[in-house]
Unconditional design. Structure first.
Length: 355
């Protein structure tokens, strides 16, 4: 070895050892199930704004027949648990009927309840946000789906037309009292006569539609046995309140808007007020109550008893409306005609009358 050189390293012997490999675990197929969604629709004259919950998907369709068809196709591609929309003065009916025919069981919601629900979440709002809030509300609150009934739908349109003509007739009568020009008075008298002729034609058409359905004809005849309930009010009850006879007295009163609600907090006992409800039906029931306190012996005695107890006249009249509706609900449930001899304090008797 040379001086200053590093010693050589000893030879290294290596060997390869074969080791068994662990087999890779078998892959398992994972099935992802789409989560069911609730769909809310904010309706305007021009657009249908759609929002879903809990996915929070939004989309807009034109409020046309083609737009409704596209909406139905969009819904068919998703696992929809239910569809809800606000009552919008009647413009929602075409869409609601199309959804019902497609099997989606749409729900109509009270706009005020949705607004109060939305305010508790966020003050922000626009059409698409409102649609999402409607979906969230429908997913949270139990709502009954719309049940299609072609006869009731026809009656609904006819009654709405009759109400419109009645409003015009009242306005024409009020205007006629103020006219002093003979020519204008003649024109207004002719207009009033025309409105009465058209209302008579609508009444005839309503009677013809009722006659085509034996069950509705029998129900209307039964409801008319209560004094002060006429054919128009009975038809409106059947067309605008299909829940009549199916729900409790308290729930029916709340639907129509004649149920007083508490306003208490702590030591304060507030005055109870009626709120919400189906305004057109409540107006007809109000007119029927005005007649009942004169011509229905049971309701007249009840009204006089309330006045004697110091109740305000309007409070007493609303109480008569409530009692009449309770009786009508009982009659419809039991299938029996009005019988003033059978009374009860609250709810329904076997005879189906009220106190």
């Amino acid at each position: 070895m040379r001086r200053g050189a590093w010693p050589r390293s000893p030879p290294v012997t290596t060997r390869t050892v074969a080791r068994g490999r662990n087999p890779a675990p078998a892959r398992q197929r994972v099935t992802v199930t789409a989560q069911p969604i609730w769909v809310g629709i904010d309706i305007s004259g021009k657009w249908l704004d759609v929002g879903s919950y809990p996915q929070r998907e939004t989309i807009r369709f034109p409020h046309t027949d083609a737009g409704i068809a596209d909406l139905l196709a969009w819904l068919a591609a998703r696992p929809v648990s239910g569809v809800a929309m606000e009552a919008a003065g009647g413009i929602e009916r075409t869409l609601a009927y199309a959804l019902a025919d497609a099997g989606h069981q749409p729900r109509l919601v009270n706009p005020k309840r949705v607004r109060d629900f939305a305010k508790a979440i966020s003050p922000a709002r626009n059409d698409r946000i409102d649609a999402g809030r409607i979906a969230h509300f429908a997913a949270t609150v139990a709502l009954a789906p719309i049940e299609r009934d072609l006869v009731r739908e026809r009656l609904d349109k006819m009654l709405t037309t009759r109400q419109f003509l009645m409003a015009q007739l009242i306005a024409a009568r009020n205007q006629a009292r103020l006219l002093r020009v003979p020519a204008m008075r003649t024109q207004m008298a002719s207009h009033i006569k025309l409105l009465r002729t058209r209302m008579a034609a609508v009444d005839h058409a309503i009677a013809a539609v009722v006659a085509t359905d034996q069950a509705i004809a029998q129900d209307r005849a039964r409801l008319c046995t209560m004094p002060s309930i006429g054919a128009v009010t009975a038809t409106a009850l059947l067309a605008w309140l299909p829940e009549l006879g199916r729900l409790s007295a308290g729930k029916i009163a709340a639907l129509v808007g004649v149920a007083p609600f508490d306003d208490d907090s702590g030591a304060r006992n507030g005055q109870r007020h009626i709120s919400g409800g189906r305004v057109g039906l409540r107006n007809l029931l109000y007119m029927a109550a005005l007649s009942a306190i004169q011509h229905n012996a049971v309701m007249k005695a009840f009204h006089e008893r309330l006045l004697a107890a110091g109740k305000l006249k309007k409070v007493a009249l609303v109480a008569v409306m409530h009692k009449m509706l309770t009786g009508l609900n009982a009659m419809q449930r039991t299938g029996q005609a009005w019988n003033a001899g059978h009374v009860c304090v609250r709810g329904v008797t076997t005879a189906g009358a009220v106190e």
